[in-house]
Each structure stands twice: as structure tokens, then as C-alpha cells.
Design a protein around this ligand. Structure first.
Ligand SMILES: [Zn+2]
Length: 343
């Protein structure tokens, strides 16, 4: 990971539970048994839930950032595979099988220099990190916007247990689970040292979130966890000599990825694209000091930004000016796979 920060995006993201949502707490079987016995002694016979919504140390309902990250990553892997045309645009983080075409980047690159790890990683690891490199993307825990909701008062539903081996209903294994619906959660997303195609990938993710295609939490295969995700606002900051200039008369500004902001001689080692075309966007507020340029954008501008920047991602799968560096990395990666196979 680069020591210097050259650009940073902070995105305020809203997640509205448009269907029943349950993010399970980490209760063990033993703890559940003890709790249910306690509750039933207290007169809640037959009404206490088996699965409860997760709360933080002060009993506030929330969605852990780590669980959102997991969902974002696997959805982005899915997006990557739809444009990959058979080529492995996303590795399988759990595949450590030498010779496998989907072998994880961390396995294949475990002995490389940081710049090599970045340059040769699949686009998903470039954004979300792996065991060999830190992630560029952080997602904070998401909390309910508006009045707090008491977990003890959440509605409860009956579910039918699914046999873990056959996938069919297992006899007699009814369970009760809590859920919430209609609430909106707010999270802050931070991306540091991004390339424009990385925002482009998020553009695809956000479009799917807006269309309620990305379920989260428990029971996704049973139709639970339907949410609508929206970018509420964003702030982009650029540091250093190449930070975007501000034209006081213009309502637009040209933003750049790290490829054109990073001036050091090892730029090539990281495989940053120095020829990446800056993207012209609208903003509500822009300011520049000697060391940084800050841009603020609202929800409609954010939507326009992520629609436009999506092109930078879509182009990765094709042979064109954006993807030269990427194709080279992919070719090198395939070579390394071969070498591993031959050993
Ligand atoms: Zn990877």
C-alpha cells in the first residue's frame, strides 16, 4: 500500500430495508439455549426468538461494516465475471489450488513486492485487498437513521428449518426469527488511492443496489434481505501537485485516478494507468488550498458521477486505451499460473 494518500472518496450510503431484514447476531447454540430458558422462565414461553438481530455493545441495532464489505465484495466478483468473457477477472479468494485458473491472488502473489502484488492482482483484490495487501475500501458500521429501534420490540416470524445436508425442509425444526422492515441504515464508505475504474466498478454495484438486486443478511435464498441502496452524498479529496484545478466560473471539475496523480518513478511498477482520461463531473462545492482540492457532491450529482465513471470499468474487459496496463497484468498472471503448474 502506498504511504502517501493522493486521493480519497467518502461516500454516504443509505440502505433501506424494503423487505424483511435480519442480520444475525453471533450467539452460539449454547448461549441461545441459556437465553431461551431464561426468557421462558420469565413468561415468554413459545414467543422468544431463536435468531436475533445483531446489536452493538450499547444494545443498538446495526449492520456491521465487515458484513457489508463481504456482500459488496462477492457482488463485485459477480459483476467482474459477467464482463470477463471466460478470462479470470476475479480470483476465488478461497481457491489455493496451484494450476487452477481462479487461484486466489494472495496465494499466487504471496512472495512478491507490494507494487507487484498490486499490479498483478485481480481487479477485485485491487479494491478489496487480500491477505497480501490492505484494502483501499473501508465501510463503517451502518446505523438506523431516525429514532432508535428497540431489539426487544422487533416483530418475530416462524421459519421452517432447512436441512443443512439435503436442502429440504427438516421435520419439526421450526424456528422463530426477528426481522425489521422499512428502516433505513446509514454507512460511510471510504476509498483511498483509487483508480477511476474502481469507482466505475462501484458504479455497477450501486446501480444493482438501487434496483434492489443485492440482498443482504439472513435468508437471501428464501427472499429475505431485500434492500435498496442509494448514494446520498459524496466528498472527493485530491492531494499534491496534480490535484484538479478549480475554475470558479465553471460548474464542473475534472477528477483523476491515482494513475495521473502519482508522479513517482515506481508508478509503472504498480501498473497505474498514467494515460487515464480525467472525468468531468458536476459538483455543489469545490475548494482548493495549497495542498488539496475538495469537492462535494449531492445525490443527483453522485448518481451522474457513478453512471459516467462506470465506463471506466466496462472498458477493462476490452482492449483499448484504458486497459493496456490491465491486459499486461493479466498476461503476466497467466504466465505465473503456468509456471506454478509446471513446478
Ligand atoms: Zn484476486
Amino acid at each position: 500500500m502506498l504511504k502517501k494518500i493522493l486521493n480519497e472518496a467518502r461516500i454516504t450510503f443509505y440502505i433501506e430495508a424494503t423487505g424483511p431484514l435480519l442480520i444475525k447476531d453471533g450467539e452460539t447454540d449454547e448461549e441461545r439455549k441459556e437465553r431461551k430458558e431464561r426468557e421462558e422462565r420469565g413468561g415468554r414461553r413459545g414467543t422468544s426468538p431463536d435468531m436475533r438481530f445483531v446489536v452493538d455493545a450499547s444494545d443498538k441495532i446495526f449492520i456491521p461494516g465487515s458484513s457489508l464489505r463481504g456482500v459488496w465484495r462477492s457482488w463485485c466478483e459477480k459483476i467482474a465475471r459477467t464482463i470477463s468473457d471466460g478470462k479470470p477477472l476475479a480470483c476465488d479468494p478461497f481457491d489455493d489450488n496451484n494450476g487452477s485458473i481462479n487461484i486466489s491472488c494472495s496465494k499466487i502473489l504471496e512472495k512478491e513486492q507490494p507494487s507487484e502484488v498490486y499490479r498483478l492482482s485481480c481487479p477485485i483484490c485491487k479494491l478489496f485487498g487480500n491477505t497480501s495487501q490492505a484494502s483501499r475500501l473501508r465501510i463503517s458500521d451502518a446505523y438506523i437513521e431516525g429514532p432508535p429501534v428497540d431489539r426487544e420490540k422487533l416483530p418475530v416470524r416462524d421459519g421452517i428449518g432447512i436441512d443443512r445436508f439435503t436442502g429440504g425442509a427438516s421435520s419439526g425444526a421450526k424456528f422463530r426469527y426477528q426481522y425489521l422492515i422499512g428502516e433505513t441504515f446509514k454507512t460511510e464508505v471510504q476509498i483511498r488511492n483509487f483508480e477511476l475504474w474502481q469507482l466505475g466498478l462501484l458504479g455497477y454495484l450501486f446501480r444493482d443496489f438501487k434496483e434492489e438486486l443485492v440482498p443482504i443478511g439472513f435468508g437471501k435464498t428464501r427472499g429475505l434481505g431485500k434492500v435498496k441502496g442509494t448514494v446520498k452524498e459524496a466528498e472527493l479529496t485530491f492531494y499534491g501537485l496534480n490535484a484538479p484545478e478549480i475554475d470558479k466560473n465553471a460548474k464542473t471539475i475534472k477528477i483523476s485516478g491515482i494513475g495521473t496523480l502519482y508522479n513517482e518513478p515506481d508508478r509503472e511498477n504498480y501498473g497505474f494507468d498514467e494515460k487515464e482520461t480525467p472525468l468531468e463531473i458536476e459538483c455543489t462545492e469545490a475548494s482548493r488550498t495549497a495542498i488539496k482540492t475538495t469537492i462535494k457532491i449531492g445525490d443527483t450529482q453522485a448518481e451522474a458521477l457513478f453512471t459516467k465513471v462506470a465506463d471506466y470499468w466496462a472498458c477493462l474487459g476490452e482492449d483499448n486505451k484504458y486497459s493496456g496496463y490491465f491486459l499486461e497484468a493479466q498476461a503476466r498472471r497467466n504466465e505465473m499460473l503456468k509456471e506454478k503448474e509446471d513446478v
